[in-house]
Design a protein around this ligand. Sequence first.
Ligand code: SF4
Length: 311
Amino acid sequence: MKPGSLPGAAARSEGQSGIDSERIFVGKPALYQEILEDGRVQCGLCPHRCLLKPGQVSRCLSRENKGGVLFVRNYAKVTSMALDPIEKKPLASFHPGTKILSVGTFGCNLACDFCQNWRISQEEAPWRELSPEHLQRLAVDMRKDGNTGVAYTYNEPTIWYEYVMDSAKLIHEAGLQNVLVTNGYILENPLKALLPFIDAMNIDLKAITPDFYPYLCKGTLEPVLETIRNCHGQCHVELTTLLIPGLNDSERDIVTLSEWIAAISPDIPLHLSRHHPDYKMREPAPISVQRLRHLASLASRSLREVHAGNV
Ligand code: SF4
């Protein structure tokens, strides 16, 4: 999904003045880090398990080794915010017809050549500061506009871990709901600590073939499959596959993918979506709507709910 704009506040980049009065975040240590004796630190948030030297910024842009300790770089930094229909997440079977306050930061732990949101996922985009308490107040105020909670989306929210955790607790305290729109590339322990505060997820399953993730996304498939297994039954889960002609859209790909999902549960909704050429992948052109519908009907042989997206 393309991110929305920043209503009610001018975006700014790190180093600019005009600080939120609730600013309490400078120097927030990262969760899930192991400090080593030689000054390096190992991050334990996602399967990359990065080893960072002093002064080094992580590949996901969310962490930095400052003097032998890993600090968070994106806490409370919001690059994109909008009140979206829940169907845009996409979630088709979780409170349909409602709206959800959607927020994102910058950075990602994958680097997909076809990224549809690369300006915030692969660069430190302009941001405004928004404390978890401020986010909670906004979400509550927007109830009058039909808001049901907060969706952490637009870029990868699991690398916004500390902010999502703090915010999600406050959102639950306010009687609202939390939605995570994620690539699923997170280790089991941090995932399980976050799951009690998450009500629904849309997880990207970019392809079912093992070489797709290393070749196009700088990651691996198995941790994503593990996340899907771990989340099923813990909260409402829907999956999305962005179809790219010649790379993940063969009939065999779709049958294998849908049968893998059905083995967990045939009730998990699947969104098959058309990509548009972007970032490092300016071709091929999107698949035709006709082919998308054909592939959706193939997936429907295994799954009860298959949605064709970006038509
Ligand atoms: S979350 Fe970021 S720093 Fe941590 S292991 Fe993953 S990519 Fe590396």
